[in-house]
Ligand binder design. Structure first.
Ligand code: SF4
Length: 216
C-alpha cells in the first residue's frame, strides 16, 4: 500500500474509532485557546484544564492580561511548570494580539508565530481549531510517534513531520486526524507498550504487523 493510500485509510479508520475529534483543552474563545496551548507545553492537558478556570475567571479581556501583575499570573499557573516564562509569554501574547492585530487572534502561521511563546504547533492548532484552515498539521508527540509507526514518515523532527503529512493527508481531514492521533496515542498506541492486538490500525501498520508476527 502506498503512503498516501495508507494515510487515507488511517484517516478513515480513526474517524470511525473516534468520531469526536475534539481538542482536549478547554476554552471559550480563541485567546483562551492560545493561553491554554502555551500552558500545555511540558504539561498535561488535564493539568492545564484544572488551572485555566481560575485564570480565565480573573482575566477576561486582553487589557486584563496586559495590565496584570505577572506574579499573580505566575501564582495561578505555577503547577503547569515553566511558570515564569509562560506568565511572561501570556502577557506578551495579549499585548501582541491587542496592539498588532487589532484584538483578533491571527489566523495564519506567520502572524501567530510572531507572538511570544507561540511555535508552529500552537499556531497550527489555532488555525485548525479556530479558523478551520485546511492542511493543518499539529505535530505533537502522539502524532509523530504514530506516523512513524505507520510508516508515513521516518523522522522525529516536528517540522519535517508537519510537511510530510501535509502532503499525504486529505487537506480537510488533517486537523481532525491530528486530534484523533492524540486520542489513539493515549488509549492504544502507547509510547512504550503499544496495544497492537486491540488497534484499529493494525491491518495497515508495519509496526503492528511486525509485533503481532513476533509473538509466540
Ligand atoms: S498497530 Fe500498534 S504500533 Fe501500529 S498504530 Fe496500532 S498500536 Fe500503534
Amino acid at each position: 500500500m502506498r503512503k498516501k493510500e495508507r494515510a487515507a485509510e488511517a484517516v478513515r479508520l480513526l474517524k470511525t474509532e473516534y468520531p469526536d475529534a475534539l481538542c482536549s483543552l478547554e476554552y471559550t474563545d480563541p485567546f483562551e485557546l492560545l493561553v491554554a496551548t502555551r500552558l500545555s507545553a511540558q504539561c498535561t492537558d488535564a493539568r492545564v484544564n484544572l488551572v485555566t478556570p481560575a485564570l480565565f475567571e480573573k482575566y477576561r479581556t486582553l487589557d486584563d492580561y496586559v495590565n496584570a501583575d505577572v506574579r499573580e499570573i505566575e501564582a495561578i499557573i505555577h503547577s503547569c511548570g515553566f511558570f515564569r516564562q509562560k506568565a511572561k509569554d501570556i502577557i506578551g501574547m495579549a499585548a501582541g494580539v491587542r496592539d498588532r492585530f487589532g484584538g483578533r487572534v491571527p489566523d495564519n502561521i506567520e502572524d501567530l508565530t510572531s507572538l511570544p511563546g507561540v511555535g508552529r504547533k500552537t499556531a497550527n492548532l489555532i488555525c485548525g481549531d479556530v479558523y478551520r484552515v485546511p492542511s493543518v498539521v499539529v505535530a505533537d508527540t502522539h502524532l509523530i510517534r504514530i506516523s512513524n509507526r505507520l510508516g508515513l514518515v521516518d523522522t522525529k523532527d516536528p517540522y519535517k513531520v508537519e510537511l510530510a503529512l501535509r502532503a499525504l493527508l486529505p487537506p480537510e481531514e488533517s486537523n481532525d486526524f491530528c486530534h484523533r492521533c492524540v486520542l489513539h496515542g493515549r488509549a492504544v498506541c502507547d509510547a512504550r507498550k503499544p496495544r497492537c492486538e486491540q488497534c484499529v490500525l493494525a491491518g495497515i501498520c508495519p509496526q503492528g504487523r511486525a509485533s503481532v508476527k513476533s509473538e509466540p
